[in-house]
Design a binder for this molecule. Structure first.
Ligand SMILES: [Ca+2]
Ligand SMILES: [Ca+2]
Ligand SMILES: [Ca+2]
Length: 396
């Protein structure tokens, strides 16, 4: 474009579009096959396989109710705290929407099917997800094949820290992984609240990996210590619930032990280990250490710190701190536990934290009360670390 003297520089409409309307990376051009759904094996959409195969294991009789809840309810009264209304209530409508089983669609023929099994090991707080195989996946590459892998998220609160994935299998639409991915530090509360999102993606060397299909399993469908097998049709990407954005981001899990020692006249806080911590360094790891405070902390003497564990997201600390305090005063206190990434030459990064005490909710409240009412008994529990602590002022 040449400009005469005194003439204002104008931008043609094409240039304007190129500047303002196309920010960000250039997306790959859709392939012809994306516009024409594929029907493998010559099946028309109407004759697609039924969505829910009859592979559900028979239902066993319901577990007897646990009596710990009643005990905690009594303690609520004893310590004058607010009632069980504060316990996290299940949100049925929302969770039903995420129900992956029993739906009818023709995605089965276009996206493929996935076989997997889930097992909640209650005693070890582990959720084992065995990804067996997929069949009839949608081709994603020019050669008519794909390089599929499976990734897992726990919703809500999804973050890098709670993502797991299988290996990638090259050039296949019928991959067999037979891989078990395990979430550690899973609590009974998680099993009521959380949904496991399983997605199948195609790995690409020179551009972003592409999403093929997904399914979501509310964990309350699982019975403790019983393997449940699934064979499902993959679905298109489901929108993530808007309310999820407001929930705190998860940064990992921590195993804490509490014991009130009548011999030492104090609270023993054990920092045992962490799992699935968020990575805070460029190398994909963190250098974690844990700090604890017993608040309110009038004389500022309650800070304890573990050693730093180098370059790991699953550190074992096995350290114990003692807070000298009368048993009767403990109910008014709050235990703040934070996990940090040690950095050289700059301030350390906050990874996540958890608060136990009378104003906490769910497992955090229960752990505190179980410790108060069982003197001289060590009680270990897993807790979720989040990116924010309500009401806490964080200082490194
Ligand atoms: Ca690929
Ligand atoms: Ca860092
Ligand atoms: Ca670091």
């Amino acid at each position: 474009m040449t400009l005469r003297k005194g003439e204002r520089a104008t931008i043609s409409i094409q240039e304007h579009m190129a500047i303002d309307v196309c920010p960000g990376p250039i997306k790959p051009i859709k392939q012809i096959s994306d516009y024409f759904p594929r029907f493998p094996r010559g099946l028309p959409a109407a004759a697609s396989r039924p969505a829910a195969p009859p592979s559900r294991p028979p239902l066993s009789p319901a577990e007897p109710p646990r009596d710990e809840d009643e005990d905690v309810d009594r303690l609520f009264g004893a310590y004058g705290a607010s009632g069980p209304a504060e316990q996290p209530a299940p949100r049925p409508a929302e969770e039903e929407a995420a129900d992956a089983e029993g739906y009818e669609s023709d995605d089965c023929t276009t996206l493929g099917t996935l076989d997997f099994s889930l097992l909640y090991d209650q005693e070890n707080n582990a959720l084992h997800c065995t990804i067996n195989k997929a069949k009839g996946l949608k081709p994603m590459d020019h050669n008519g094949l794909a390089d599929p892998y499976v990734k897992l998220h726990l919703l809500p609160g999804a973050s890098k820290a709670n993502k797991l994935r299988t290996k990638t299998l090259r050039n296949t639409l019928n991959p067999t992984w037979n891989e078990t991915l395990t979430y550690y530090g899973i609590t009974d509360e998680d099993m009521i609240r959380k949904t496991l999102r399983i997605s199948v993606c195609d790995e690409d060397k020179f551009r972003h990996n592409e999403f093929i299909g997904e399914t979501r399993i509310p964990l309350k469908k699982l019975k403790p210590n019983q393997t449940k097998t699934f064979s499902i049709c993959l679905e298109k990407q489901l929108p993530i619930d808007k309310t999820e954005d407001k929930s705190l981001e998860e940064r990992g899990r921590i195993l804490i032990s509490l014991k009130y020692s009548s011999q030492k006249q104090g609270l023993l806080v054990g920092i045992i280990r962490c799992a699935h911590l968020a990575a805070m360094d460029a190398n994909g790891y963190s250098d974690p250490y844990v700090k604890t405070y017993l608040k309110p902390d009038e004389d500022k003497k309650s800070k304890h710190k573990t050693a730093v564990k180098k370059k790991t997201l699953n550190p074992e600390f096995n350290e114990e701190f003692c807070y000298e305090i009368k048993h009767g005063d403990l109910a008014k206190k709050t235990l703040e536990v934070t996990v940090w990434d040690y950095d050289i030459g700059k301030s350390n990064d906050f990874i996540g934290g958890v608060v136990l005490g009378i104003n906490a909710k769910g497992e955090r409240l229960k752990h505190w009360f179980d410790c108060l009412k069982n003197k001289d008994k060590k009680i270990e529990r897993w807790h979720t670390l989040t990116n924010e602590l309500p009401g806490a002022i964080l200082s490194d």
